[in-house]
Design a protein around this ligand. Sequence first.
Ligand SMILES: *[C@@H]1O[C@H](CO)[C@@H](O)[C@H](O)[C@H]1NC(C)=O
Ligand SMILES: *[C@@H]1O[C@H](CO)[C@@H](O)[C@H](O)[C@H]1NC(C)=O
Ligand SMILES: *[C@@H]1O[C@H](CO)[C@@H](O)[C@H](O)[C@H]1NC(C)=O
Ligand SMILES: *[C@@H]1O[C@H](CO)[C@@H](O)[C@H](O)[C@H]1NC(C)=O
Length: 371
Amino acid sequence: FSLFELLLLAEMLLFVLVLSATVLGCTTQVCPCESQELCQQIRDERDFEVFVFDVGGKTWKSYNWSMVTTVATFGKYDAELMCYAHSKGARVVLKGDVPLSDIVDQDNRTTWITEKVSLAKSQFMDGINIDIEQAVEADSPQYHALTALVRETTEAFHREIPGSQVSFDVAWSPNCIDKRCYNYVAIAESCDLLFVMSYDEQSQIMGDCIAMANAPVAQTLNGYLQYLELKIEPRKLVMGVPWYGYDYPCLNLSQEGVCSIPKVPFRGAPCSDAAGKQKPYSWIMKKVNDSMSGRIWDEQQQAPYFNYKDQTGQIHQVWYDDPDSICAKAGLVKSKGLRGIGMWNGNILDYSDDPVAQQQTAMMWNALVGC
Ligand SMILES: *[C@@H]1O[C@H](CO)[C@@H](O)[C@H](O)[C@H]1NC(C)=O
Ligand SMILES: *[C@@H]1O[C@H](CO)[C@@H](O)[C@H](O)[C@H]1NC(C)=O
Ligand SMILES: *[C@@H]1O[C@H](CO)[C@@H](O)[C@H](O)[C@H]1NC(C)=O
Ligand SMILES: *[C@@H]1O[C@H](CO)[C@@H](O)[C@H](O)[C@H]1NC(C)=O
């Protein structure tokens, strides 16, 4: 080699080195936490699960972190939340949703799973919550694809992120609610836990079109009995409670306080809770004070409600959950030996520094662990 050729070779080598270093630098994620340790995924299994859905913003700073075990992040990725949750020993999990028709194809399904695992790794997340609320016919290609999706996602996460958690969201009952006829038994077997969405229980009203509780206690209990009848282990079930209620405009309000609601059909039912609007507990607590009726407790449904008149003179009935109704349901978690409890969603309490709000908020958190 001439000196010139050697120099050229050295220069090329250097270029290759610099290039590969840059590429590596881009793919190796830098831990955003103040200490490297906080980027490590959580491996411990806690005895009682408190599963929180977070929809974004910074109110997570006011959660009761001595309870929280898992936060499913349905808002934008927030590295600060990840670091903080890890400092409290809590998991942070991704949201997973995909049109089922796209993942009937095995290659597409594998691609989706690979992307989620690599996203979770790059964001130092501890698993994924699969939230597919699509209508599925039993034994259809989508039905089998969904079962395979949950199994393959769990395998990939457990292999790539040891100790990670894969959960799946199910309706309040396995009985084809909202036409979601899934293979609940196989899905429960292949993932770590089912988050049972014990709310929106009036999504298909078959009887009188009237305002009712979002999650009546007896109906909620019945849903768990149905899951347990399928021989799904109680330790696989996390009870989801609503931190929101429904505000229904009444077509008329009977003497007995029954509120007839407009007919809004949903997935085969003539009436549904879609006739109402979902309202956060923070809004409800302000509204109940200047309502016509004040808080009324319905003995049969074991839920509170109230009536109010809006500015146009229209009467509304609002059904919601409060510490009393949540306590009744939290009692079932204990008596049935379920894995834990959680809510939709963590952000919708009043986290301001108003002392009345602070007290109400603390009571809602504490109701999760019973009375
Ligand atoms: C694969 O998924 C894409 C969307 O990501 C979709 O457009 C396409 O139709 C799917 N292919 C098959 C064979 O299902
Ligand atoms: C209330 O409204 C419903 C639906 O419009 C109607 O069927 C019912 O008779 C009404 N009841 C009373 C007491 O007016
Ligand atoms: C609502 O009324 C109760 C009872 O009178 C009172 O203690 C509470 O401070 C009021 N709440 C709000 C948000 O005004
Ligand atoms: C947070 O939860 C713990 C455990 O249940 C409880 O002891 C504590 O009082 C709660 N904190 C607040 C501020 O309510």
